[in-house]
Design a protein around this ligand. Structure first.
Ligand code: G16
Length: 549
């Protein structure tokens, strides 16, 4: 049987999805990502791998076709593990291997995977859930994934165009036999909006908080899906939508969306410029969320993932204290977190903070160590995760009669809030509902939220190099190991700037080196970023001109 299966796989590959690209690609920060035209055979092979993974785990596995924040001509693919988490790291190596072998070696690698993992149930037909974003290249790439699933004998369940977090949610629902929710789009909208409405109650506004927000859909799936939320929220939150999805218009993520707003620190195109009005942007697959506003002098103010993290962590600390239930709370960040946010969390909120490398998989994993783990990247990617025992503890406490009125109210609020959150992965729309819930509870407008601490001016730059793998890092990406001498140069530059901090790392999703810098003033910060970028360009084989600010 096995032999026959492998032959089919090979024949399919040779006829329909031959390997057309010579150079290798690797499973990076968020799966494979490159030009869409180079991806058909990779997609087919990931369909194959998903079925093998599903047989090994005896569970439903997900495949998402998206390049998220990347420009529209790019695309990508990532596998989703049984509880909705990112593919386990040891299998990333297999993904890379399977993607890069020549067609005639495909059979061998598949046999290696089967043997090494002792996969016996080769006749099982596991379900593989497939989703895609709105890119014009996504339908044909999705077909390649589905052909791979079929060739390997799996059962594709095609959810069509969905957000990345929706796909993660479907996988978790299926594998928990619906304990996490209904594995349908309707089930997802209902779970989140019902919980939101319960917590909000009849008073839609509170103190300085008003329930209207301007929403930038990045011309992607986040625009398409917010419409269902608007209906479900029934006026409890009014979402004015801009940058609506226009499939194939070439505008995805262009001058708008969470990545543009965060990295350019600019107001996006397409939204009305109304002073002191809360605005937010999601990215191309709706797993990142960024807030911002323009003041009366048209000055731009950014409230990024660090702000969202501190708002959420601070709120959970307050509510947990009110419940009287002892649960430990922690926050996970990356090196991109603004130094001021880390100081605020540790000194004022007194919540422990951990720092891990870029990539949701690292943050998610670390956050699971706490009873209640909040994790966010500065770029707006994050969520809150709860240990099962923590949820049980809350539910059990609520059932007993040992709580005071205040403790009971706080416990019930927390139980409902858990249902607003998509615990499987960062989810821009679920995060939006959570932020709005907290601002409403506090009665805060966007300026009060911003007043909690003052960000250090910071700058993100990109440098193009011949080969980004020449830069390797350690210490949660805060120090670079190669090329030799670069870290000493960076240290010397940083030493000239009071409270200066800078690090460099190769991107896992684009062909560039990323530079981060922060300092006390905007001028110094920009000078620091430019100096470090110049050094990277010089010592790491930069192409073209070094970036200018
Ligand atoms: C992906 C990852 C994020 C990461 C971002 C940038 O986001 O999921 O964890 O921060 O890429 O990664 P890098 O700096 O390595 O290019 P998304 O929203 O594009 O999926």
């Amino acid at each position: 049987d096995n032999k026959l299966r492998c032959r089919t796989v090979y024949a399919f590959a040779r006829e329909m999805y031959p390997k057309t690209v010579k150079c290798d690609i690797s499973y990076g920060t968020a799966g494979f990502r490159t030009r869409a035209t180079d991806l058909e055979y990779v997609m087919y092979r990931m369909g194959l791998l998903a079925v093998l993974r599903a047989r090994f785990k005896k569970a439903v596995i997900g495949v998402m076709i998206t390049a998220s924040h990347n420009p529209e001509p790019d695309n990508g693919v990532k596998l989703v593990d049984p509880m909705g988490e990112m593919l386990e790291q040891s299998w990333e190596k297999w993904a890379t291997k399977l993607a890069n072998v020549t067609d005639d070696k495909l059979e061998n690698v598949i046999n290696d995977i089967i043997k090494l993992h002792d996969i016996q149930n080769m006749n099982d037909r596991p379900e593989i859930v497939v989703g895609k974003d709105t890119r014009p290249s996504s339908p044909s790439l999705s077909k390649a994934v589905i052909d791979g699933i079929l060739a390997m004998g799996g059962k594709p369940i095609d959810y069509g165009i969905v957000t990345t977090p929706q796909l993660h949610y479907f996988v978790a629902c299926k594998n928990t036999h619906r304990a996490y929710g209904e594995p349908t789009e309707e089930g997802y909208y209902r779970k989140l909006t019902d919980a939101f409405k319960k917590v909000r109650g009849d008073n839609f506004n509170n103190g300085n908080y008003t329930n209207r927000i301007l929403y930038d859909g990045a011309n992607g799936v986040g625009a398409k899906k917010i419409k269902f939320f608007k209906e479900g929220l029934a006026g409890s939150l009014i979402i004015d939508m801009y940058n609506d999805e226009i499939i194939g218009s070439g505008k995805l993520n262009y001058l708008c969306g969470a990545d543009f707003v965060k990295s350019q620190q600019k107001f996006p195109t397409g939204l009305p410029q109304i002073p002191n009005t809360r605005c937010c942007s999601v990215d191309g697959d709706a797993d990142r969320l960024i807030y911002y506003y323009l003041d009366e002098n048209q000055k731009f103010h950014l409230l990024d993932g660090d702000r969202i993290a501190t708002l959420i962590a601070g709120f959970f600390k307050e509510v947990l204290e009110k419940t009287g239930i002892r649960l430990n709370l922690g926050l996970v960040q990356t090196a991109y977190a603004n130094g001021a946010s880390t100081t605020y969390i540790t000194k004022e909120l007194k919540i422990p903070v951990a720092c891990v490398p870029t990539g949701v998989k690292w943050l998610h994993h670390k956050a699971l160590e706490y009873d209640v783990g909040v994790y966010f990247e500065a770029n707006g990617h994050g969520t809150v995760v709860f240990k099962n025992e923590a949820k049980e503890k809350l539910r059990n406490a609520f059932q007993t009669n040992n709580l005071t009125r205040e403790q009971k109210d706080a416990t019930s609020r927390l139980i409902h809030i858990i249902d607003i959150i998509n615990e499987t992965v960062g989810d821009a729309i679920a995060d939006l509902l959570l932020v709005e819930t907290i601002l409403h509870a506090k009665g805060w407008d966007v300026r009060q939220w911003e007043e909690t601490y003052t960000d250090l001016p910071n700058r993100l730059l990109k440098v193009s190099v011949q080969d980004r793998t020449v830069i390797t890092t350690t210490d949660a990406e805060r120090k670079c190991v190669t090329p030799k001498g670069l870290q000493e140069e960076i240290d010397n530059i940083v030493a000239k700037y009071p409270k200066g901090r800078s690090f460099v790392r190769p991107s896992g999703t684009e062909d560039v080196i990323r530079i981060y810098a922060e300092a006390v003033t905007r001028r110094e910060c920009d000078k620091l970023a430019a100096e470090v970028a110049g050094k990277v360009h010089e010592l790491a084989g930069g192409t073209g001109n070094p970036p200018e600010i």
